[in-house]
Design a protein around this ligand. Structure first.
Ligand SMILES: C[S@@+](CC[C@H](N)C(=O)[O-])C[C@H]1O[C@@H](n2cnc3c(N)ncnc32)[C@H](O)[C@@H]1O
Length: 278
């Protein structure tokens, strides 16, 4: 199985640019071994050839490997804190500095639920004048390009909306008549720029569309837990550098700051939000 594993890893690196070495070895190897074992029954001894040749199979593999489970307002406590404490704080700081822009990045955005949740909150709390005059830069990136395309469409099964209060559901979503699919309003979808960005890539610190870092708020939730310790360090260093002083980093509820690059401070015990101090 090790040989097959190496062969598949090499194909993934070449075809998709994914470096399995950046992920938790034990977990990744276990998952891959299980997957290969299943597939060996279906395509004995030739799965890596299939990966080499078939785009469909590679895409299926990518979908399986990049778990995109997410929900709107996934962690209600985090989003309540953002709505009532931290977004108003960031908005005030932008006003004070006369910057005229607010920059937010969802790294490893899956199908976009996280960045769209923030866009909905901003639609509610940003005063009309700022809405008109400010440059709102909302970036969302991932390594699964097909999911990025889907995210842009803003169509979601009802299960992903279970934390959306009824008022917001009625205001921002339209229910498809036949299926349990909800479409997010165009006004919100249009605010977000989706693009490919590999957090482990040595080439780009932040999404190239963002031109430069200087983010007020970065989400990197439910991704670091899949990375190796070495990769976590590299990524956390970069994320800290991509924040403006006073900017915030949000991790997933089951994650922690695996490594402190120096100036990330928890805003409150138990809440996975960290502020760049300098
Ligand atoms: C579980 S989802 C998290 C979605 C969202 N951040 C949340 O917390 O609800 C993990 C996402 O990380 C993405 N991902 C995995 N490896 C990545 C990498 N090297 N660079 C960027 N995104 C990555 C996956 O494609 C997947 O969409």
């Amino acid at each position: 199985m090790t040989e097959e594993l190496d062969a598949v890893s090499a194909v993934l690196k070449k075809k998709l640019g994914i470096d399995l070495g950046c992920y938790q070895q034990g977990e990744t190897q276990y998952l891959l071994t299980e997957k290969l074992r299943d597939l060996a029954k279906e395509f004995p001894g030739q799965y890596q050839n299939l990966l080499r040749a078939e785009e469909t199979e590679i895409n299926l593999f990518l979908d399986w490997f990049t778990n995109n489970t997410s929900f709107f307002f996934r962690d209600p406590l985090v989003f309540a804190n953002l709505e009532y404490r931290f977004l108003p704080m960031l908005i005030k700081r932008v006003e004070k500095n006369n910057r005229g822009d607010l920059r937010i990045w969802s790294a490893g955005c899956g199908l976009g639920e996280e960045i769209y949740s923030v866009a909905i909150l901003l639609d509610k709390i940003l005063p009309d004048e700022q809405k008109k005059n400010w440059n709102l830069s909302l970036f969302a990136t991932d390594i699964n390009s097909r999911n990025l395309e889907l995210a842009q469409k803003g169509e979601y099964p009802v299960e992903r909306l279970e934390h959306v209060p009824l008022g917001r559901l009625q205001k921002y979503f339209i229910k498809n008549n036949k299926e349990e699919i909800y479409t997010l309003s165009k006004k919100i979808c249009e605010k977000v720029t989706f693009s490919y960005h590999d957090l482990t890539s040595a080439k780009h610190l932040t999404p190239s569309e963002a031109v430069f870092g200087s983010f007020d708020l970065i989400f990197c939730s439910n991704i670091l837990l899949y990375f190796s310790n070495e990769t976590r360090k590299v990524v956390l260093n970069r994320l800290q550098d991509a924040l403006v002083p006073g900017g915030l980093l949000v991790l997933g509820s089951s994650e922690h700051l695996y490594w402190n690059p120096g100036s990330l401070i928890p805003v409150e015990n138990g809440l996975k939000i960290f502020q760049r101090s300098t």
